[in-house]
Ligand binder design. Structure first.
Ligand code: THU
Ligand code: ZN
Length: 137
């Protein structure tokens, strides 16, 4: 049995709308209180408006009033250990700490595990802008 959060990410990718890439991705984001929000990729005919599974999960969680997260799982139908892309890493960094565990489905019970800080070691976060504002005062 794979990790429960990986299972939720796998389930979420069934709903992916991927007529262009045919690459299904699911994400499951767990909040500090244990609630899990899921997302899948939703593509668009103009390509660039395509939504990524991780940003859909994060947006759903924030919409429901959650801003603290303790783990993310990502799965693709190919079970190829897909990791969040650069854009999603930055999007996650707005709300998630460097030590957020990110569990990537490698198929069967196999996973690759990272932290957000490993995947995005240097980020612009809310504190970057606050520090800049303070230095102007
Ligand atoms: N994709 C995600 O949903 N998350 C990622 O961070 C990696 C890429 C989606 C976008 C597109 O629909 C498909 O995977 C191929 O890039
Ligand atoms: Zn992405």
């Amino acid at each position: 049995m794979p990790d429960e959060l990986v299972e939720r990410a796998r389930d979420a990718l069934d709903a992916a709308y991927v007529p262009y890439s045919e690459y299904r991705v699911g994400a499951a984001l767990r909040t500090a209180d244990g609630t899990v929000f899921t997302g899948c990729n939703v593509e668009n005919a103009n390509y660039s408006n395509s939504l990524h599974a991780e940003e859909v999960a994060l947006a759903e969680a924030v919409t429901r009033g959650h801003r603290e997260f303790d783990a993310l799982a990502v799965a693709s139908e190919a079970r190829d250990g897909v990791t969040p892309c650069g854009m999603c890493r930055q999007t996650l960094a707005e709300f998630c700490a460097d030590d957020l565990p990110i569990v990537c489905d490698e198929g069967g019970n196999a996973v690759s595990e990272y932290t957000l800080g490993e995947l995005l070691p240097s980020t612009i976060g809310p504190e970057t802008l606050e520090a800049a504002k303070r230095s102007e005062e």
